[in-house]
Design a protein around this ligand. Structure first.
Ligand SMILES: [Zn+2]
Ligand SMILES: [Zn+2]
Length: 361
């Protein structure tokens, strides 16, 4: 067992509290990682919805961890103590989706990422012996230490700024992966991105990498539209308009790809209505229903992505290469907070002050 400190969510409507917790013991395929940085993603905050939190609390959240391996179980083959690792989502490795290189659509995705092991156990308890949910995305990294698995870690070179890279494990991978893995955007094609948060802006960077001829970005926050332009958006649209689809298409026959990161029904509809015939709309993080006329879909497709349809161990090193080349400048979107200021980070994420908070234990 390892005694460590974690940010614990005890109820859907209370702040996170820093508590001493006991982790472990490690199972054969698990690793103990000392966290150096953990991104905060909207999925962490969505857990405040009582629908999710009632079965999870008390819980340690966090699913964009980066750290240094301290100990490994006997069957771990992908890392040794001292390795620098990013931690991504968990998957089974043997279902049809996993075997076809689509681990984010693993048949056991929600079982394995929902906060407990497949057998229903957790690997953390409070000092009074109370079980704490801590297998959230196979990590629960809002802590000084977390337990990862042999499957969901990505070993990275020791010369990269580990603390910065945790969000590659979810948010940035989701945005960039949607463009590069799911859409497979080609040079000269056009894209519209709805919502300029961490996911939308990483999609902008990926669209530039792919050579998009037009990158339209929609948001309600002018500061974020300015950042989108700085990252390579060719046109920005303030979302407070009566006819969003027309504002996006601007008289053209429509765009090749649209990407909604807002999950808002009217915005998702505009993303579909912006498409040219043959175009494809990709949705992520939706909590509302998409209400669209079937005729509006004639010759068009709509899909929903998880984790940018990425294989983390192959895609994240590629993103790090783009970062080294200056083409994936995620540091423009991040701000670090001590783990003890997690509630401030959450407030700043909600208010839009910070695009991607990174918590540093
Ligand atoms: Zn699987
Ligand atoms: Zn996430």
């Amino acid at each position: 067992m390892t005694t460590t400190t974690a940010a614990v969510l005890r109820s859907h409507d209370t702040p996170f509290t820093l508590e001493k917790v006991e982790l472990g013991p490690l199972r054969p395929d698990e690793l103990l990682v000392r966290i150096v940085g953990a991104g905060m993603c909207h999925t962490d905050l969505a857990i405040r919805d009582p629908f999710y939190s009632q079965t999870l609390v008390p819980a340690i959240l966090g699913h964009e961890g980066a750290g240094i391996v301290e100990a490994v179980g006997p069957s771990v083959t992908s890392a040794v103590p001292g390795d620098h690792v990013l931690i991504s989502f968990e998957y089974c490795g043997h279902c049809d989706s996993c075997l076809h290189g689509r681990p984010s659509y693993c048949a056991e995705f929600w079982v394995r990422n929902g906060g407990r092991r497949v057998d229903g156990t957790t690997a953390a308890e409070s000092t009074s012996g109370e079980p704490l949910t801590n297998r959230f995305f196979g990590q629960s990294s809002f802590a000084e230490h977390c337990i990862a698995t042999d499957r969901n870690i990505v070993v990275v070179d020791k010369d990269v700024p580990l603390e910065l890279f945790g969000p590659l494990g979810c948010g940035f991978q989701t945005g960039a992966g949607t463009v590069l893995n799911e859409m497979k955007l080609r040079a000269g094609q056009t894209i519209a991105i709805f919502g300029a948060g961490a996911v939308g802006l990483s999609a902008v960077m990926a669209a530039v990498i792919a050579g998009a001829s037009e990158i339209v970005v929609v948001d309600l926050n002018q500061d974020r539209l300015d950042i989108a332009r700085d990252l390579g958006a060719t046109r920005v649209v303030h979302g407070a308009t009566d006819d969003l689809a027309s504002a996006v298409t601007a008289g053209s026959a429509g765009i090749d790809y649209s990407f909604d990161t807002t999950g808002i029904a009217t915005v998702m509809l505009a993303a579909v209505q912006s498409l040219a015939i043959g175009g494809a709309c990709v949705l992520v993080g939706a909590t509302q229903e998409l209400n669209v006329s079937p005729m509006a879909l004639a010759g068009r497709t709509v899909t929903y992505v998880l984790e940018g349809s990425s294989v983390p161990r192959s895609f994240i090193p590629r993103l790090i290469d783009y970062w080294r080349q200056g083409r994936f400048p995620i540091e423009k979107l991040t701000r670090t907070y001590p783990l003890s200021e997690i509630n401030q980070a959450e407030a700043d994420s909600h208010s839009g002050v910070t695009i991607k908070p990174i918590l540093v234990p």
